[in-house]
Design a protein around this ligand. Sequence first.
Ligand code: C5P
Length: 304
Amino acid sequence: MSAGRPGSGVTVRVPAKVNAQLSVGAPRPDGFHDLANVFLAVGLYDEVTVTPAETLRVTCSGPDAGLVPLDGTNLAARAAVALAARHGISPDVHIHIAKDIPVAGGMAGGSADAAAALLACDTLWATGSTRDELLAICAELGSDVPFSLVGGAALGTGRGERLTPLPIRGTFHWVFAVADGGLSTPAVYGEFDRLTAGTDVPAPAAGEDVLRALRTGDAGALAVALTNDLQAAALSLRPELADTLAVGMSAGALAAVVSGSGPTTAFLVADRWSAEKAADELLMSGTCRSARVALAPAPGASVV
Ligand code: C5P
């Protein structure tokens, strides 16, 4: 991997994700939940550029830029700090995020920026980190960050950070309806706990039907197998998402599901034409802020 010209920046392109299955267990003593998380990277991308600077700073462009924190809490800044600390370097870079992934939407946009900043800084600083070292830092930064680095399709276990790559065939067509405002991931997990309190929450497990649908590239079978254990919690906090799901289904989607902790809703469709039709109808319905068409699987974070 090239570090680019001396003094120049490094840009990394990184995809969003959707969950083909999100199976959630009971809360653990550390507050996290064990998951069986079937991640699928989708072709909506952020681009993160790091350039040597006097001091660490973060800027962001794109329609949702105003929603992105630019201080030390930004996960991309934390990635630069974590890598620099590991190598005894000062994290003096300007991180610019060209944001296209919905913010706080359940598509791992913040995690994507962290993985991208980590790879970009690693390339810029030529630290010689191994892939496993980068994945370990990703796992410290957040449960979804390792997958953003890896992309494709993978099963995440533990809190989602332990990845097993999954075989996947063909291309799946998706439409994403972006809701107004975000949903807090901890709040959605908290609502899951409230809704399941007093019940026997089974240990999470990946469904053989989901894995087979991905392996065989069968969109019809994937449509039947899509599940998200956080969906009821997201709908409880944002009941109007049910309207968006219904519009997408009546527009011809094969399946509709809340993406991760929401509030973005995801629609699996048969082909490009169906995707454009569903996106148009979702937008015209007024039940979402925007509708985006994307293909899966998409590659993980990579230097451009
Ligand atoms: O790992 P990450 O920082 O993205 O998690 C954000 C929050 O989501 C956690 O603080 C926790 O409330 C919740 N979470 C969880 N179980 C997981 C992943 C996330 O409870 N497996």
